[in-house]
Ligand binder design. Structure first.
Ligand SMILES: [Zn+2]
Length: 308
């Protein structure tokens, strides 16, 4: 059974589907409308304020809501400032939840600036764990958008930008997670050998579908040991379909994917609400709870160095 986006979003499907199942009286496939538990779930892509973009909740409110939903943790992402200290501060205010922060190497952080990574790691509380390559300032992203804004290049003359040597080294040394931001699939594939050579072990391809990779490119990323993020926001907002995700999961294997919300925008559902809809949509498209468990719980925990 396939759920349309609209059906999932308006939320009346559970009643209808439950009635239909009761009526036919029999063997239900993994039921999309069954209770969705977020116990153990970690949202690796959670936006919250304060931010220079409008957000629905601040860090503490996001943490409280995730904790109330029974989640295990959140990675707080801000495109322009470091969130390591903020994660520590919010975690001190909310019991029973793991919060992580990081830094996105956009121009506001100095671009490919190793010093920004160092200070993210040194921030009191030790919650700085994630380094994203440039996102909204990425060369690929801005060029694709037809923008004339200055950009940060991760590949220069067909080779990894020289600054990445030190940055990848720091990521390896401190056992951080390297997320690829809005780098092109071709750039990612060119950078992966350098990441490996410098000992980077935890690699997450930021919302992989956003950069429009081919299936073969995704296979190569998986083959190089990277985990690929598939986010709910892209489906929720209509840019991607759950079927595209499922096709890739079926072809490459759930062990190579990670589910995140990428929510937190003003006006959008909260992280946990989005993740619940995400689980229902995947179940509706035939994905097993075991695979969902791998993508929502096991892989995020492993990347972050937590016990699965
Ligand atoms: Zn995002």
């Amino acid at each position: 059974m396939l759920l349309s986006l609209r059906t999932v979003r308006v939320g009346w499907l559970p009643v209808v589907a439950a009635a239909a199942l009761a009526a036919c009286g029999g063997e239900a496939p993994p039921a999309p409308e069954a209770e969705v538990s977020l116990a153990g779930a970690i949202d690796f892509h959670a936006h919250s304020g304060p931010d220079s973009r409008p957000r629905s909740v601040n860090d503490v409110e996001a943490a409280q809501a995730a904790q109330a939903a029974g989640m295990r943790g959140l990675v707080l992402k801000n495109h322009y400032t470091t969130t390591a200290g903020r994660a520590a501060l919010a975690m001190a205010r909310v019991d029973g939840i793991e919060l992580f922060g990081g830094v996105v190497l956009n121009r506001s952080m100095g671009g490919l600036n190793a010093e920004a990574v160092r200070h993210m790691v040194w921030d009191e509380g030790g919650r700085g764990k994630v380094v994203w390559l440039p996102t909204f300032d990425a060369e690929y992203y801005l060029t694709r958008e037809g923008s004339s804004e200055p950009f940060v290049s991760v590949v220069v003359d067909g080779r990894p930008a020289p600054e990445l040597e030190e940055i990848f080294g720091l990521i390896a040394e401190h056992d951080l997670v390297l997320c690829t931001g809005h780098s092109a699939p071709e750039e990612v594939l060119l950078l992966l050998p350098a990441m490996q050579r410098l000992g980077v072990e935890n690699i997450l391809i930021t919302h992989v579908f956003g950069q429009q990779p081919t299936l073969d490119q995704m296979r190569s990323m998986a083959g190089a040991g990277a985990v690929m993020e598939i986010d709910w926001l892209a489906v929720f907002s209509g840019g991607r379909t759950i079927d595209e995700y499922v096709e890739a999961i079926d072809a490459i294997g759930a062990e190579h994917f990670l589910m995140s919300s990428d929510l937190g925008q003003a006006g959008n559902p909260l992280h946990a609400d989005g993740l619940r809809d995400y689980v229902r949509a995947l179940r509706g498209a035939g994905v097993s709870d075991a695979d969902i468990d791998t993508m929502l719980r096991v892989n995020p925990a492993r990347l972050l160095g937590l016990q699965p």
